[in-house]
Design a protein around this ligand. Structure first.
Ligand code: GLU
Length: 419
């Protein structure tokens, strides 16, 4: 029997949760499939004058709670199955966080590090153009994900705004979130996912009477999420002894200085070559004893072999779906606690919601205001998940999915199915 695909894994989580919550089979059937799936092929002129054909996706999983919402991923492994899985996860994440959004995800199969800045801009603009009115501020709102950033969002916004009439332009700014401040982005959006993870970590530490100062961590993935997380952790007195990205794994006996490490990665693109680190094997990385492990790379990056090696107390999932179900079973059996993706990394979409609100109301919130609202929403969601898990005697992932599925099922039961 072949291993389940990513979308099958996500579906098995939601099916288990739906059964647990007694969701009707009609609603389960509706939620099992995305509402719409778009695949586009588009040519882009490369710097050498040649043309290359790219493949892009947007999967709109569900919009019963509000406009479709979710990131755009630029990565060489992007496939329809991955985008389907990630779109469904956005539906569950927004429902769990009680945001007025549905779930979607998009992507282009490309390694952005192989593109020049001009090529990246042309890929982004042409993809946005091909998405056409399948996106929109009241319909489907993209955001950054793996391999995209605020600059990519600004190009998307600009391309989209140029397709509407002059009088409509300004209200279209909310078509994407995760924009730069100058283009109408929100304070705190760049660190929001990592900040949300920190709030979960702090609540967990309160519950377990753990003093974070003096604790240790290892981080897998050093993109937006991993790098902001490293800087926030060290402020709390948590030392980082091992880090890994696609260039390899590295350790530092005295603990990394995240500011120097982040500055290095911003300049060189990867961790490789950082002078104050010692290269180690993947096996050694996963075996590094620490209090916390933060997977912030890709889905299914932690399988059974990695789970066997991990010697930590808590895993906080920065990536979406980083741990395979088999690996999760091993970790839970070892007594490792897991704060699941739907909750742990939801800070990103929560602050995306704040950005969308600010754009629509022509407001500008201060960083202190954004941070305070984010903290409140993360703490409330953390409490909901923890209480539900404790009440039912289930793990936190199942509890998070259960709350999300129940919220959606309620909306369906009330509205019924058209016609
Ligand atoms: N890509 C992020 C996620 O997976 C953020 C999505 C958003 O802000 O819409 O949650």
């Amino acid at each position: 029997m072949s291993a389940p695909s990513f979308s099958e894994i996500v579906r098995s989580h939601s099916t288990r949760a739906a059964e647990l919550m007694g969701v009707s089979s009609a609603v389960q059937t509706i939620l099992a499939e995305p509402k719409r799936e778009l695949i586009v092929h588009f040519p882009v002129r490369m710097d050498d004058g040649s043309f290359r054909l790219f493949k892009g996706y947007r999967v709109q999983h569900n919009n019963i709670l509000g406009p479709y919402k979710g990131g755009i991923r630029f990565h060489e492994t992007v496939s329809l199955d991955d985008v389907r899985a990630l779109a469904a996860m956005m539906t569950w994440k927004c429902a769990l966080m009680q945001l007025p959004f549905g779930g979607a995800k998009g992507g282009v199969t490309v390694d952005p590090s192989t593109l020049s800045r001009g090529e990246l801009e042309r890929v982004t603009r042409r993809f946005t153009h091909d998405l056409g009115d399948n996106i929109g501020p009241n319909h489907d709102i993209p955001a950054p994900d793996v391999g995209t950033n605020a600059q990519v969002m600004v190009w998307m916004m600009d391309t989209y705004m140029n397709t509407v009439s002059e009088s409509q332009k300004q209200v279209q700014r909310a078509v994407v979130t995760g924009k730069s401040l100058a283009a109408g982005g929100s304070q705190g959006r760049d660190k929001a996912t990592s900040q949300g993870m920190i709030h979960c970590l702090q609540r967990w530490a309160d519950d377990h009477r753990v003093d974070l100062a003096g604790c240790s961590a290892i981080i897998q993935g050093f993109g937006q999420v991993g790098s902001h997380l490293a800087m926030l952790l060290v402020r709390l007195g948590v030392s980082i002894y091992a880090v890994a990205d696609k260039s390899g794994a590295y350790k530092s006996a005295e603990g990394f200085n995240p500011h120097k490490l982040v500055a290095y990665v911003r300049e060189h693109g990867v961790l490789a070559g950082y002078p104050r680190a010692e290269p180690i094997s993947q096996e050694e990385f996963f075996s590094t004893p620490a209090d916390f492990f933060f997977p912030a790379a890709l889905q299914n990056a932690v399988g059974p072999a990695e789970a066997e090696r991990l010697d930590v107390r808590l895993v906080v999932e920065g990536a979406n779906g980083p741990i395979t179900p088999e690996a999760e079973r091993i970790l839970l059996d070892k007594g490792v606690d897991i704060i699941p993706d739907l909750l742990a990394n939801a800070g990103g979409v929560v602050v995306s919601y704040f950005e969308w609100l600010q754009n629509r109301r022509t407001e500008r919130w201060t960083l202190a205001h954004v941070d305070a609202r984010l903290e409140r929403q993360m703490n409330e969601a953390y409490m909901r998940v923890s209480l539900h898990a404790a009440d039912r005697g289930i793990d936190r992932r199942t509890a998070a999915y259960a709350l999300a599925v129940a919220h959606l099922a309620e909306a369906y039961e009330e509205r019924g199915v058209f016609p």
